[in-house]
Design a protein around this ligand. Structure first.
Ligand SMILES: Nc1ncnc2c1ncn2[C@@H]1O[C@H](COP(=O)(O)OP(=O)(O)O)[C@@H](O)[C@H]1O
Ligand SMILES: [Mg+2]
Length: 169
């Protein structure tokens, strides 16, 4: 019974959006940038090439970051301090077999910046209670991606509501 109720609550405010080009995904990232605040955590999942880093580039641009965003696959964490808020961009793909507990991720999550985690499923145990999950899926069309947003916590539900109004899907 409890599980069922929890599941229903979780379904509230989920949002799906279809983006038909890289630029559309960049622009969506910019829209998200306008809505985030210090300490926010965005959790990105989806296969290689699904668009996680492309979205992050848009988010960074929207935050006013001028530095070129590079995929942090080999560094795991890259920090950008030249925007409205610091951006902590993490790609934990290389932690497929564990090791996430040693990274001190919670210090980033609790910080004054915005944290973006690519391949978040590999650090599922380290994630905070409140975050915005975005799942990226490829489609039959090379340039089209479907994003599913799932807010955890009232603050992120509010963000999704605003994005729904903006994108009207
Ligand atoms: N609608 C789209 N959204 C995001 N990327 C797209 C889209 N259409 C094509 N692409 C291309 O797909 C690739 C996505 O790569 P990337 O963002 O690095 O993915 P990931 O970080 O998930 O591995 C890029 O080459 C990008 O130009
Ligand atoms: Mg990437």
């Amino acid at each position: 019974m409890f599980v069922t109720a929890f599941y229903l609550i979780n379904l509230v405010n989920k949002m799906k959006i279809t983006l038909t080009s890289s630029d559309a995904t960049i622009n969506f990232g910019k829209s998200v940038a306008d809505l985030v605040s210090a300490g926010d955590v965005l959790v990105l999942d989806g296969d290689l090439g699904a668009g996680k880093t492309t979205f992050t580039k848009g988010l960074a641009a929207g935050l006013g970051i001028k530095t070129v965003i590079k995929s942090p696959t080999f560094t795991i964490i890259r920090e950008y301090q030249d925007g409205r808020l610091p951006l902590y961009h993490m790609d934990v793909y290389r932690l497929e077999n564990g090791g996430g507990a040693d990274l001190g991720l919670e210090e980033y999550f609790d910080s004054d910046g915005v944290s973006v985690v690519e391949w978040a499923q590999f650090v599922a145990d380290e994630l905070p209670a409140k975050y915005l999950a975005i799942k990226f899926e490829r489609t039959d069309n090379d340039d089209t991606r479907i994003l599913s947003l799932e807010p955890h916590g009232a603050h992120f539900e509010q963000i999704v509501t605003q994005l729904e109004q903006q994108y009207g899907q």
